[in-house]
Design a protein around this ligand. Structure first.
Ligand code: M6R
Length: 608
C-alpha cells in the first residue's frame, strides 16, 4: 500500500525523502515521487517502478536543492501505475504539492465540481481533487485551506502538503490512515510508518483521526478538526534501526522466520511473573470474563488463521464458545454481538481497513474489544478498549511470519489467563501448561534448527502447479496458514482442507504426483489423519508429512517427513508452522519469486 514521508529542516530534503521511501518499499508500490521546495518553487520528480529509478533520476537526491519536501510510494487504486498518476500532485498554479495515502470516496463528485469551476486535472487519481480543493480554498492562509478541504473529503487520508508561500512549513492531516510525526532538533519529519523515521529520530507523535498539523523545522503544532491546538504526547520508538534492515540475510522473510524465538520470548516472558500470567494492560477481571457468553475473534489473512489456531486453546481451556470471523465478512453480517461479547482483534499492522471497520461495528453493538497488535500507536491499538502488543519488532516482509507466531502466542497466554480467572482450570494443569508455554521460544528455535535442510526438500516440491495442505483440529488451523504462505510468495496454487473433508469432494482432484502436505502433530486424532494419508497415497499423491520428533509411525506412510519438537497439542501451531514457512520460502526461491514483495500484495491493506 502507499507510503508517505516528509521533512523540513536545514539539511537537503531529497536524500532524506528517498531514504525514507526506501524504508517503506516493503509495503508494496508501483511508482514513487518526491516534491522539494526550493526558492519558492516546487520541483517534482516521479517515476513508475522502483525507487532506484527515482534515485537515478535525481542522483540520489543530490540534484534537488531545497530543505523542505514530501515523498510518496504509490500502490495503484484509481488509475494505472503511470508517471502522471504517481504522487505528488500539483495545483494548477504550481503553488501546492500534495501526497496522499488512502481513498477519497467522494472524489468523482468533487472532481466534477472542480472541473466546472475551471480546474484542470492531469491524472486519473482520487488524490488530485485534494490539491485543487486546497488551491480553491486558499486565500493566503494554508491552515484554513486545509481545514476547509478536509471537511469536504469522505474516505480515508493521510496527507502531506507543501506551499510555495509558506516555504518552511509542511502541513499534514489524518483520517483513518496512519500518520506519525517524527520530532527532531531543528528539523522535523512525518511518515506513514515508523520504519521511515527510526534512522532519524526516536521521538514520535501519533496523530489521531480528524487531526492536522503544521510542521516547521522548530515546531510541531497539532490541531483538532475545528483548528484548535491539541496537546500531544511524545512517544519513544523502541524499534532499533537494525531490526528494520536485513542484517546479512538474503530476504527479510528469512530473517523474520529466524527471529521468531526472540519475538515470541519478548511477547510472552514479560507477562509471566512468579508463576502467574499478568495481563496488566487489560482489565479482564474474573467478574468480567464470567459475564460474557462468547468470544469473537476477527482479523484478515494470516491474522485470521492465527485466530483459528487460538480458538482451539481458548475453547479447550475456558470452555466458552469462540467464533473466528473474517473481518471483511463480519462487518457486513449484521453480527450477533452485544455487551456479553468479548471481541479479540488481531492485526500485525494495526491498520488493516477491514479489521478496523469490523471492530468499530462490534464496538457500536456493545462488545468489549481486546486488540492484539504489533505496531504501537496504530489505529487498532488506539481504538480498542485494551491492547496487548506482540513485541515482534518491525515486520518488513509482506508475508507475515513472526507477526503470526506472536499473535498465536498471545492467544495462548490469554487462554490460560482467562481459564484461571474463570475458574475453569485446576492449579496443577495451569502450572503444567504455563511451564510448557515458557518453553515455546526454545521449541520454535529447535523447529528452525531441525529444518535447516528444508531447502533440499524444496527442490523436490517446487515447480508444481498446486499443493494440498491437510490436517485435523489444531493441525488444520496450521494447514490454513501453511497454504497461504505457499501461495502468496511462491505463486503455487495451494489449498488447505480439514483432512476429513477430502472424501466429500476434493479427493477427486488427487492424481498421480499431486503434492499433499499432511500435518500430523495432534496425537489425539493422528490415526484419523494417517488414514487420510493412505487414501491420497492410494491415488498416487506425493505426501510430505509434518509430525513431532520420534513419531516413526508416519515414516512408512509418507514420501517425506519433516520433524518438529513435541509440545502440548494446544500450543503446537506456533511450532508446527515453522517448517511450512521455511518450505514456502525455499519453494519461492526455487521458483525465482520476489519473496519480500510478492506481486499484487501489500504489507498493510489500508483500503477495503
Ligand atoms: O496487518 P494485519 O495483521 O492486519 O494484516 C492482515 C493480512 O493482510 C496479512 O496477514 C496478510 O494475509 C499477510 N500477507 C499474510 O502473510
Amino acid at each position: 500500500m502507499c507510503g508517505i514521508v516528509g521533512y523540513t529542516g536545514s539539511q537537503k530534503a531529497a536524500p532524506i525523502l528517498l531514504e525514507g521511501l526506501k524504508k517503506l518499499e516493503y509495503r508494496g508500490y508501483d511508482s514513487a515521487g518526491i516534491a522539494v521546495l526550493n526558492n519558492k518553487v516546487i520541483e517534482v520528480n516521479k517515476v513508475t517502478g522502483r525507487i532506484a529509478n527515482l534515485c537515478e533520476r535525481t542522483a540520489d537526491g543530490k540534484n534537488c536543492p531545497g530543505t523542505v519536501g514530501i515523498g510518496h510510494t504509490r500502490w495503484a487504486t484509481h488509475g494505472a501505475p503511470t508517471d502522471t498518476n504517481a504522487h505528488p500532485h500539483m495545483s494548477n498554479d504550481g503553488k501546492f504539492a500534495v501526497v496522499h495515502n488512502g481513498i477519497i470516496e467522494n472524489y468523482i463528485a468533487l472532481r466534477e465540481e472542480l472541473i466546472q469551476k475551471g480546474y484542470r486535472f492531469e491524472s486519473q487519481t482520487d488524490t488530485e481533487v485534494v490539491v485543487h480543493l486546497i488551491e480553491m480554498y486558499y486565500n493566503g492562509d494554508l491552515k484554513k485551506a486545509v481545514i476547509k478541504t478536509s471537511a469536504r473529503l469522505q474516505g480515508s487520508y493521510a496527507l502531506g502538503v507543501v506551499c510555495t508561500d509558506e516555504p518552511e512549513k509542511v502541513y499534514v492531516a489524518r483520517e483513518a490512515s496512519p500518520l506519525i510525526l517524527g520530532v527532531g532538533v531543528g528539523e522535523n519529519y512525518f511518515a506513514s510508518d515508523v520504519t521511515a523515521l527510526v534512522s532519524y529520530t526516536r521521538n514520535a507523535i501519533y496523530m489521531d483521526d480528524g487531526e492536522f498539523a503544521e510542521i516547521t523545522p522548530d515546531s510541531i503544532t497539532v490541531f483538532n478538526p475545528a483548528g484548535q491546538p491539541v496537546e500531544k504526547k511524545i512517544s519513544r520508538i523502541t524499534w532499533d534501526v537494525g531490526s528494520a534492515e536485513k542484517g546479512g540475510y538474503e530476504h527479510f522473510m528469512l530473517k523474520e522466520i529466524i527471529e521468531q524465538p526472540r519475538a515470541v520470548k519478548a511477547t510472552i516472558a514479560p507477562r509471566i511473573k512468579d508463576g502467574e500470567i499478568i495481563l496488566d494492560e487489560t482489565e479482564l477481571t474474573a467478574d468480567y470474563l464470567t459475564s460474557i457468553n462468547k468470544i469473537v475473534i476477527t482479523a484478515c489473512g494470516s491474522a485470521y488463521y492465527a485466530g483459528c489456531a487460538g480458538k482451539y486453546a481458548i475453547e479447550k481451556l475456558c470452555r466458552i464458545p469462540v467464533q473466528v470471523e473474517l473481518a471483511s465478512e463480519l462487518r457486513y453480517s449484521d453480527p450477533l454481538i452485544d455487551e456479553h461479547t468479548l471481541l479479540i482483534v488481531l492485526s500485525q499492522s494495526g491498520e488493516t481497513a477491514d479489521t478496523i471497520a469490523a471492530m468499530k461495528e462490534c464496538k457500536n453493538r456493545g462488545a468489549t474489544t481486546l486488540a492484539v497488535v504489533n505496531v504501537v500507536g496504530s489505529t487498532i491499538a488506539n481504538t480498542a478498549d485494551f491492547t496487548l502488543y506482540t513485541w515482534a519488532g518491525p515486520e518488513i516482509a509482506v508475508a507475515t511470519t513472526k507477526g503470526y507466531s506472536t499473535q498465536v502466542s498471545v492467544l495462548y497466554l490469554f487462554a490460560l489467563y482467562a481459564a484461571k480467572k474463570m475458574n475453569r482450570i485446576d492449579d496443577k494443569l495451569y502450572n503444567d501448561l504455563l511451564e510448557c508455554l515458557k518453553t515455546l521460544p526454545k521449541k520454535i528455535q529447535e523447529a528452525i534448527d531441525m529444518n535447516s535442510a528444508i531447502s533440499t526438500l524444496a527442490k523436490k516440491y517446487h515447480g508444481v502447479d498446486s499443493m494440498f495442505f491437510i490436517g485435523r483440529n489444531t493441525d488444520y488451523a496450521v494447514a490454513l496458514e501453511g497454504a497461504l504462505k505457499m501461495k502468496e510468495i511462491s505463486y503455487v496454487h495451494a489449498e488447505s482442507y480439514a483432512a476429513g473433508e477430502l472424501k466429500h469432494g476434493t479427493i477427486a482432484l488427487v492424481e498421480e504426483h499431486q503434492p499433499v502436505i499432511a500435518l500430523c502433530c495432534n496425537e489425539a486424532i493422528m490415526e484419523k489423519t494417517m488414514s487420510n494419508i493412505v487414501e491420497v497415497k492410494a491415488r498416487g499423491a506425493e505426501v510430505l508429512a509434518v509430525t513431532f520428533k520420534d513419531n516413526h509411525k508416519i515414516v512408512s506412510l509418507a514420501d517425506d517427513v519433516i520433524f518438529v519438537p513435541k509440545i502440548e497439542m494446544i500450543f503446537s501451531a506456533a511450532v508446527e508452522i515453522i517448517p511450512l514457512q521455511l518450505l514456502a520460502y525455499y519453494v519461492a526461491k526455487e521458483n525465482g519469486c520476489d519473496i519480500d514483495k510478492p506481486k499484487n500484495l501489500a504489507k498493510s491493506v489500508t483500503v477495503e
